[in-house]
Design a protein around this ligand. Structure first.
Ligand SMILES: *Cc1c(COP(=O)(O)O)cnc(C)c1O
Length: 348
């Protein structure tokens, strides 16, 4: 194996608990397409975590979870309000538009990539004529694409704005576990109790192989979703291998332990950067990501030393920490940054 990198939290492998659960599900035969004990246990475990009745559907990845959840909220002439840099807008190859048959994404130009209740109100009120797509849903990412979290009262404000305007609220929770771990709140407090109708609950970045749960708190929206999932090619025939890790990791608390470990890795790295050059830190470190505005020479120096990471528009370099983040690798990355800092400071 290559040395650990922090380009993405999906560089991590499958965590031991998920792997064991899959091996146990492999001990014989079982019926297909979700009609099995593991899938029943997984969906019951999701209901227990959220402490409410909800409809749960497993899909292979986050793009499908988001696109199909939004399609369930929208007709083809509807619009979905989202934040700037939202994964649904910039990283899903128009899957939400495609699966909804044409619903338009309306992007709020916010400062820090976080949607506000007032964005929702102003964007939903901007046009009501028949010539423009009709706003029908709002989607927020928890955590956001730049590593921030929405606190329960902020979600509740957005939820209230949605209800006032007749909009459904979807949450892209590809990193939902990291957000819950960071907020140290009950999962219900940032979802259905705050007005979330449907959640894309991420398992993959949390340590599973390939699985996200679409969780409908608004159960009416789940009508015919089974067909939507099948049509999209997202109905796993051997679903027990997607379900078994959920059935294990939710009741054991392994999902939160993984997320806490990932968040701690980011915290360790952010603290080290703060000791080297705090002005490099672009956003507050709230969950499992650290975003740096590095001088070109430093970023190039890191790459020359073998480090892999993404640098986005606006010169923001992203470092993501997974369930397996190794303290020694984080320290090695920080040590290289410190050396490059010293070298470039001399040159200046
Ligand atoms: C990773 C991620 C997803 C899921 O993406 P897939 O590659 O389709 O699994 C969705 N939303 C956000 C914010 C993500 O970071």
């Amino acid at each position: 194996m290559n040395a650990q990198q922090f380009a993405s939290d999906n560089y991590a492998g499958i965590c031991p608990e998920a792997m064991t659960a899959m091996a146990e599900a492999n001990a014989g035969s079982a019926s297909g397409y979700g009609d099995d004990a593991w899938t029943r246990r997984a969906t019951d475990a999701v209901r227990a975590v959220f402490d409410t009745e909800c409809e749960v559907f497993l899909v292979f990845n986050g793009t499908a979870a988001n696109a199909l959840a939004l399609a369930a909220c929208c007709q083809s002439y509807h619009a979905v309000i989202c934040a700037e840099r939202a994964h649904v807008d910039v990283d899903e190859a128009s899957a939400p538009e495609f699966f909804s048959g044409g619903a338009k994404l309306l992007v709020a130009r916010g400062a820090d990539g976080k949607l506000t209740a007032s964005d929702v109100i102003s964007m939903a009120s901007a046009r009501s004529d028949v010539h423009f797509a009709k706003p029908r849903a709002v989607t927020i990412s928890q955590t956001t694409e730049n590593g921030l979290v929405y606190a329960p009262d902020t979600v509740a404000e957005i939820g209230a704005a949605c209800r006032a305007r007749g909009l459904y609220l979807h949450m892209d929770g590809a990193r939902f576990a990291n957000a819950v771990a960071a907020l140290d709140c009950h999962p219900a407090d940032v979802t259905w109790k705050a007005g979330v109708d449907v959640l894309s609950f991420g398992g993959t970045k949390n340590g599973m192989a390939m699985s996200e749960a679409v969780v409908f708190f608004n159960r009416a929206l789940a009508e015919d979703f089974a067909w939507r999932r099948k049509q999209a090619g997202q109905l796993a025939s051997k679903m027990r291998f997607m379900a078994a890790p959920w059935a294990a990791m939710l009741p054991s608390g392994g999902w939160l332990a993984n997320a806490r470990h990932a968040n701690a890795g980011a915290r360790r790295f952010a603290a080290a950067v703060a000791r080297i050059e705090p002005r490099w830190l672009r956003y507050p470190n709230e969950a499992n990501g650290v975003f740096l505005g590095l001088p070109e020479a430093v970023a190039a120096g890191l790459r020359a030393r073998g480090w892999v990471f993404y640098t986005f528009a606006g010169n923001v370099s992203r470092f993501m920490f997974g369930w397996d983040a190794e303290a020694a690798r984080i320290d090695a990355l920080a040590a290289d940054l410190a050396e490059l800092y010293a070298a470039t400071a001399h040159a200046a």
